[in-house]
Design a protein around this ligand. Structure first.
Ligand code: C2E
Ligand code: CA
Ligand code: CA
Ligand code: CA
Length: 275
């Protein structure tokens, strides 16, 4: 399966090597890239811990730059947020993802998770807009999971609650991402109707070697359950971690141990090989 994945790419430094790296990208570069179709979406599988069954994929954007190669989202998402390009990029990721899901998995009910930037939470027409796109590809809204990081959710709990409510009213599912690093106010957290909590990689990765990490993961999983959310552990890199999170009743796992983010065709192939 490794030959199909971007494993080799992910192992490279976060930004292309120095010699021909530009000083910096700007908003105009992103806008051009969007128009030229240089963004691509890779898909990382999420499985049920207990059965190993495929549950869905997370859509992760990359920039296939004509000179600098495959650029990771860490190199351009915050720029995109600052210069007003994140809406266009998210639209692209959303449409690609539902189109791919509809093409590659007819008759299945895997979900697709799309990351939502905090900048977009104030857009009152977004839920309606997403619904129209999903309908166009025959994907029901409950197969779409929108991921909002804990940190961005708590930066503006009121805006998040508003956006979350609009999304839930349309039947989209919501996930609180990178949980455990944002010091949520629990009073605010429980008001927001999340269906899933993703435990941050920084805890998950260390459960083999750290008693503290194990305690944190157990506590977060307990909190999520008592709030009625499904729990996903992200950053599962080896079978020891997978055994641990399965043992504490975590529902889903995502990470290199299960599958790397892959281009659409490879991800569809992966799902065939893994089942
Ligand atoms: P994230 O949402 O927390 O996504 C998970 C990141 O962890 C991905 O990095 C994924 O490749 C990586 N990962 C998955 N499994 C493992 C593992 O086992 N070990 C390790 N070390 N890493 C693992 P990626 O694709 O580079 O994305 C980084 C971040 O960029 C994402 O973090 C997300 O916050 C953001 N991002 C990606 N696509 C989008 C997008 O379409 N919109 C927005 N707003 N943000 C995006
Ligand atoms: Ca995410
Ligand atoms: Ca995450
Ligand atoms: Ca993260």
């Amino acid at each position: 399966k490794d030959v199909l994945s971007e494993g080799a790419v992910d192992a490279r430094p976060a930004v292309a090597p120095a010699p021909d790296r530009p000083a910096r990208f700007d908003g105009e570069d992103l806008s051009l890239a969007l128009r030229r179709g240089e963004f691509v979406v890779h898909y990382q599988p999420k499985i049920a811990c207990r059965t190993g069954e495929l549950r869905g994929f997370e859509a992760l954007v990359r920039w296939q730059h004509p000179h600098f190669g495959l650029i990771p989202p860490s190199a351009f998402i915050s720029l995109a947020e600052e210069c007003g390009q994140i809406g266009g990029i998210t639209d692209f990721v959303f449409e690609q993802s539902v189109a791919w899901l509809s093409n590659a998995f007819p008759g299945k009910n895997h979900h697709i998770a799309v990351n939502l930037s905090p900048v977009l939470l104030g857009d009152v027409s977004l839920a309606d807009h997403f619904q129209k796109i999903a309908r166009r590809y025959g994907i029901s809204n409950d197969r779409v999971m929108l991921e909002i990081t804990e940190t961005s959710a708590m930066k503006d709990p009121t805006a998040t609650l508003g956006a979350a409510t609009r999304m839930r009213l349309k039947g989209f599912r919501l996930s609180i991402d990178d949980f455990g690093v944002g010091y949520s106010s629990l009073v605010q957290l429980i008001r927001i109707p999340f269906s899933e909590m993703k435990i941050d990689i920084s805890f998950v990765r260390d459960v083999n070697k750290s008693e503290e990490a194990r305690k944190v993961v157990i506590a977060i999983a307990g909190l999520a359950k008592s709030l009625g959310m499904e729990v996903t552990a992200e950053g599962v890199e080896d079978s020891g971690v997978l055994d641990f999170i399965r043992g504490i009743g975590c529902e889903m796992a995502q990470g290199y141990r299960i599958g790397r983010p892959m281009p659409g065709e490879a991800a569809a192939l992966w799902s065939g090989l893994s089942s």
